[in-house]
Unconditional design. Structure first.
Length: 375
């Protein structure tokens, strides 16, 4: 029985950015040959790449969701480092990083695996990192606690980063890490098989989650059953449903008339998409992605008045110290409300920027596909 389970795991298709090593024996051989003897030099190499980007990234997005760079910018840093790594040249590196560059180049030349991964790190965070042979590489180790070292390298199995199993797993980490309220998507039933969750952040920003290649791949590979499971939950709260419906007014998107009708229709769509074998086809994906982008753009433009449960107006935590809101001076309360408003606006604008960047990437890919082959 154990042998059959191991064989099933080995033969399971690898999802985009899934934190799992394929052909581990071969990758271990290459890791032992090229990487393990040069761990200090590799750390110097990755640190040089990271430090070459910090000034640029901190200017590009100095604040994210009310937190100063690098806090909360794990994805942005990982993607920037990945691009820089692919373009890096030995002559552009400081002397102490050159040996690390040479070791990695030899490792990749002989078939070593280097890929971005994303998953649940130690039950606490969503983590963007890298699988480098049989090593775990985090180039944004300081994005939760800014005083931690920027680079972390350790054996992959010791990192304790695991794939997101289903949407229930995703909800647990989202509530713990982002402090989000998470509800079933009973307002846009046509999108629900692909994106079955709606989030409200701790500053009141609403977003349809999660149109990433991994999460959509995860539900498609299981014929939308993970989506169907979370959509069976109780209908989303009427006040949030009404606010989301109002935000989508005037769009061409098909919106449910009430939460219970939306719940029934979302479940029916999962069954219909499965019967049509849409989980096996990429054809509907572009349309779905554009509708998700359109929805999130409208949410970013809408002023939601519903307060997240996590915002406790009785107490205020400032610099890790709690204050009774009623005891604050009028001036302090005014500045507190100003701060909350700015945080919410930042979240709205950053969500809008993320939507536009995703749309730009889609349009750029479509343009490339439409161009004639170069000579």
């Amino acid at each position: 029985m154990l042998d059959s389970n191991l064989q099933s795991l080995r033969s399971k298709p690898l999802l985009p950015n899934e934190p799992r090593i394929i052909n581990s024996a071969f990758q271990q051989l290459l890791t032992d040959r090229y990487l393990t003897p040069n761990l200090h030099e590799l750390e110097s190499y990755f640190l040089a790449i990271r430090e070459s980007l910090d000034s640029e990234l901190s200017q590009l997005k100095p604040v994210k969701l009310g937190k100063s760079y690098p806090l909360g910018q794990c994805l942005e840093i990982a993607e920037a480092v990945y691009k820089r790594l692919r373009a890096a040249r030995q002559f552009a590196l400081p002397p102490h990083a050159i040996k690390g560059f040479d070791a990695m180049r030899a490792f990749l030349r002989d078939g070593g695996s280097f890929r971005q991964v994303w998953g649940d790190l130690r039950g606490q965070y969503f983590q963007n990192a890298f699988q480098l042979g049989t090593l775990y590489l985090d180039v944004a180790n300081d994005t939760v606690v800014a005083t931690k070292p920027k680079i972390e390298i350790l054996p992959f199995e010791q990192a304790n980063i695991v794939p997101i199993r289903d949407f229930e797993h995703f909800i647990i980490v989202a509530q713990r890490y982002w402090k989000d309220e998470v509800y079933p998507n009973h307002v846009l039933p046509g999108l629900a098989p692909y994106c079955p969750l709606i989030h409200m952040s701790k500053v009141g920003a609403v977003r349809l989650h999660d149109a990433t290649q991994y999460m959509i791949g995860m539900t498609r590979i299981k014929a939308f059953e993970p989506s169907e499971t979370v959509l069976r939950a109780a209908p989303m709260p009427q006040d949030l449903f009404d606010a989301v419906r109002e935000a989508l007014k005037g769009t061409s998107l098909r919106v449910a008339s009430n939460p219970e009708q939306g719940r029934r229709e979302a479940l029916r769509q999962c069954q219909q998409y499965r019967a049509k074998r849409w989980h096996q086809s990429d054809k509907p994906f572009d349309k779905i992605l554009l509708e998700v982008q359109q929805s999130n753009y409208r949410f970013s433009q809408f002023q939601f008045t519903r307060k997240p449960k996590e915002i406790d107006m009785a107490t205020v935590k400032i610099d890790d110290k709690e204050y009774d809101a009623d005891s604050l001076s009028e001036e302090a309360n005014t500045q507190l409300q100003n701060l909350r408003f700015v945080d919410q606006e930042l979240a709205r604008l950053q969500g809008q920027a993320a939507v536009l960047q995703t749309a730009r990437t889609s349009y750029a890919n479509a343009l490339k596909a439409a161009l004639p082959d170069g000579k």
